[in-house]
Structures are given as structure tokens and as C-alpha cells.
Design a binder for this molecule. Structure first.
Ligand code: DX5
Ligand code: ZN
Length: 211
């Protein structure tokens, strides 16, 4: 299982938090981008994000919580991210968005909110590289893990096996050293934010998640 660290809630500035993450053996920096439309809060200007992350060393796992993800892909491609993930609920142009991300040779993720029927993912599962299951309502760090996510990742894993598909399964929201045990058998990547970044010893927390 890989660990992707979200710097959304942190004791330090974004710059310092990213430096701290870079000094661990995390697998990715999870970049949460919120537009103040798809989710209530806005937390970025695209130029600032490009500046903030342009010298990154760890691979980037970008999570777009925005309406109209097509608008941001050209700029985000400059960061050479490993994944760009957008929400199933955010756009009607799902296939067009998947194709645009792929044209840059970036892996595509599709994310689903806790209340959305998992069956809505099915038409896209053979053309995405990753499914990001939200285990909290998107929009803020530090929320409580929703237990109904346990079954959702299990369904996605079984479906992948039965249909010979290759997408990775990622979970995001409320992941700590306890909640991770509920899903670890069925996921490939765990996002964790406040559990790591609201502490002063990032590597220790990551080690606990990997246990
Ligand atoms: C929530 C974000 C998450 C969040 C994770 O909208 O997508 O990535 O920052 O933070 P924790 O681990 O604190 O739930
Ligand atoms: Zn996220």
C-alpha cells in the first residue's frame, strides 16, 4: 500500500509542510484543489500552485475538487504530476476530461463522493488508472472517516478482479492508524492529511500507517 500525504490541514505553512513531506518516504504529495463551487471553500490560484510545487521531488497526486476540471489541466500538466483525479459529479464531460489528461501522458483518476451510487463509476472503470473513493464529504481536512466506505472499496476490488481491470483504488478522508485497518486489504493508495500534518513527526505517523 502506498501513502499519499495531503498538506491541506497543517501546523505549518504550505511551503514548510511540503518540505517536511519531501523529507519522508511518502509515495506521493496529495494536492487538494478546491474551487469554492464544487466545494464551499476555495484554496488556490492556479499560478500559485504551479509556483508552489514546481520544484517538487516526490510524485504528485492531484485531487481536483472543482467544476469544469478541463480548465486546469494545461497548467497542471506543467507540474508533471503522476495522477490528476477529478470528480464524477463535477462535469458532464467525463470522457473528454479523461482523454485530455491522458494526452499529456498523465494517469487519470476518477473520484466519487460518499453519497454517489458506486454504479455510476462503472462505465469509466476500463478507461481510468485510478478510482479515488472519498471517505468524507470533500471540502475539508480533519473529518471523521465514514464506515460505509469500507464496503465501497471492497466492491471496487472485487469488480476489478472479476473483470480483469487495472485501476488502482485510493481512499481519502479521515485516514489514521485505526481507520486504515478497515480498508487496507482493499486499497492500493491511502491519502492521509491531518493525522500526519497536524503532528510534528511526519515519518513516525507514516510508519504507523504502513504497519
Ligand atoms: C478532503 C480532501 C482530503 C483531506 C484529507 O476534501 O480531499 O484529501 O485533506 O485530510 P484528512 O486526512 O485530515 O481527512
Ligand atoms: Zn483529497
Amino acid at each position: 500500500m502506498e501513502i499519499s500525504v495531503s498538506y491541506l490541514s497543517s501546523l505549518y505553512s504550505k511551503e514548510k509542510t511540503i518540505m517536511n513531506i519531501e523529507s519522508t518516504n511518502a509515495n506521493y504529495i496529495h494536492v487538494d484543489l478546491m474551487d469554492g463551487g464544487f466545494v464551499p471553500k476555495k484554496n488556490f490560484e492556479i499560478n500559485d500552485i504551479v509556483k508552489l510545487l514546481k520544484n517538487h521531488e516526490l510524485p504528485l497526486d492531484i485531487h481536483l475538487m472543482v467544476f469544469d476540471p478541463l480548465l486546469y489541466i494545461d497548467d497542471l500538466a506543467k507540474l508533471n504530476p503522476t495522477y490528476i483525479t477529478f470528480h464524477l459529479e463535477a462535469t458532464k464531460d467525463i470522457v473528454k476530461t479523461i482523454e485530455k489528461i491522458k494526452r499529456y501522458n498523465i494517469k487519470v483518476g476518477l473520484s466519487i463522493k460518499p453519497e454517489t451510487n458506486i454504479l455510476e463509476l462503472m462505465p469509466y472503470l476500463s478507461i481510468v488508472d485510478l478510482v479515488l473513493v472519498m471517505s468524507v464529504e470533500p471540502g475539508a481536512g480533519g473529518q471523521k472517516f465514514l464506515d460505509k466506505s469500507i464496503n465501497r472499496v471492497e466492491i471496487l476490488k472485487t469488480y476489478r478482479e472479476n473483470n480483469n481491470l487495472n485501476y488502482k483504488i485510493e481512499i481519502d478522508g479521515g485516514i489514521n492508524d485505526e481507520t486504515i485497518k478497515k480498508v487496507s486489504a482493499n486499497i492500493d493508495i491511502a491519502v492521509s492529511g491531518s493525522f500526519i500534518c497536524m503532528s510534528k513527526s511526519y515519518q513516525e505517523k507514516i510508519n504507523l500507517l504502513r504497519k
